[in-house]
Design a protein. Structure first.
Ligand code: DGY
Length: 427
């Protein structure tokens, strides 16, 4: 079973390879997605290190002049996906979307270096300035007042498109009468009950229209655009990535950059307090226009450990809270608290379990010595894949798989976690 599944995971990565970049899954997502590519590189590193680096290098072919690495890179027009390049009108080569996605890359690069040799060092060194420019873009353009709180201008920028976290910001958006008519394509291949609603899509398109009409003026989008929210996911993933980038800077002797990264980290550590919702006992999203908090704990709240954020008291509360949530489900970690009214066990980011989120949670918990909890979440992830295959996401109550199938990042996490090491479950 175990070696068959490993073969299948390898096959999925190979079959989703479009020549130097990988699609998350055929049809539903037919382009290169930013954080999907980072996890694809992690998966490839298990059997083809050159291909792992190519994945990251092709991702940076889409980097904008200001440092931003967009969330989708469109190398050709594909009728299976909406909204494609003609809607975004990025004016870049290659064409792309107009905002970013969680910056996992630096952490994956560190992993590649720590599991590799001199050639990995060489390739990491070549990528370093590009990653640095991207982090700099996040700190400058998504935190325009330098508060240490990195915002998102679109739910798609968080990668957690329809999480109830974003309901607060989306509900404030009025859909303009002149919003172009459009036809969704995602619901051709996935049950609409597992995807965002049409009211959410109208608002996604309204934000996109604002960006396109101001020609992706990022300062303007952050300051006066229709949506600007603080996402604990971006905050924690960037903080971890900054720490990993600092490690690389030290290794390569990049003194100035290291000093700059140190300042980013210092500011972000303070900024994390903005996300702490005392009433909810967790780090939560927050509307940066109104200050309003989202009120429930998500899988992403758990990335405080991954980021090395929070006081001892906050961490204890998070762990207790996590245990309560896990008591409610068969498989952890759900993307929304099952005790809350908004929980939907099959709908995308409103409840399902995601393998790559679990991967980051487990890394953080392990770093902090929370081994039992880490083991539960890792074991659940492997069981989900063994039961339901390499789906995009899983129902925390039944373990059924949903969304796209033959999914790149689910295969990648399986490859890393099922490797036979003395501490792994499969050994
Ligand atoms: C989608 O199309 O659902 C993607 O998540 C947007 O990035």
């Amino acid at each position: 079973m175990h070696s068959e599944l490993r073969d299948r995971a390898t096959q999925i990565l190979v079959q989703n390879d479009r020549g130097g970049y990988t699609v998350p899954t055929a049809r539903l997502y037919p382009y290169q997605w930013n954080w999907d590519s980072a996890f694809a590189a992690l998966g490839f590193s298990e059997f083809d290190r050159d291909r792992a680096w190519r994945e990251l290098e092709t991702l940076f072919e889409g980097q904008w002049a200001d440092g931003m690495v967009p969330h989708i890179i469109f190398r050709r027009d594909d009728p299976d996906y909406f909204p494609g390049p003609a809607i975004w009108q990025s004016g870049t080569t290659p064409p792309s979307s107009g905002h970013s996605q969680p910056p996992v890359v630096a952490s994956i690069v560190r992993h590649l270096m720590e599991t590799g040799g001199p050639e990995d060092q060489e390739r990491a060194k070549l990528l370093f300035p590009r990653i640095f420019a991207w982090h700099n873009w996040f700190h400058a353009k998504r935190d325009p007042d330098g508060k240490g709180v990195v915002g998102i201008v679109h739910p798609w920028e968080s990668g957690r498109d329809n999480c109830p976290d974003w309901d607060i910001g989306l509900n404030r958006i009025e859909v303009p009468a002149d919003l172009e008519r459009y036809e969704r394509r995602d619901t051709d291949s996935v049950d609409p009950a597992e995807r965002p609603t049409s009211s959410e899509y109208d608002r996604y398109l309204t934000i996109l229209k604002f960006g396109r009409e101001c020609q992706w003026d990022q300062e303007k989008i952050a300051r006066v655009g229709p949506f600007f929210m603080a996402d604990p996911g971006i905050q924690f993933i960037l903080l971890r990535a900054d720490r990993d980038l600092s490690h690389l800077a030290e290794l390569f002797g990049f003194v100035e950059q290291r000093e700059q990264i140190r300042r980013w980290i210092e500011r972000s550590v303070q900024g994390c307090e903005t996300y702490w919702n005392e009433a909810a006992g967790a780090y939560c999203a927050r509307d940066l226009r109104t200050g309003e908090f989202s009120n429930a704990m998500t899988n992403i709240s758990m990335l405080a450990f991954y980021a090395g954020a929070g006081s001892a008291t906050q961490r204890i509360r998070l762990i207790d809270h996590a245990r309560d949530i896990l008591d409610q489900c068969q498989y952890g970690f759900p993307s929304w608290d099952p005790r809350d009214d908004k929980f939907e066990s099959k709908r995308y980011w409103r409840g399902p379990v995601w393998a790559m989120a679990n991967y980051m949670i487990v890394q953080g918990l392990t770093d902090c010595g929370e081994f039992a909890l880490a083991e539960r979440i890792k074991t659940d992830t492997l069981k989900l894949i063994e039961k339901s295959g390499f789906c995009e996401y899983f129902d925390p109550m039944t373990g059924d798989g949903h969304g796209g199938t033959d999914f790149t990042w689910t295969a990648a996490i399986y490859l890393v976690w099922s490797r036979a090491t003395p501490s792994s479950r499969a050994a």
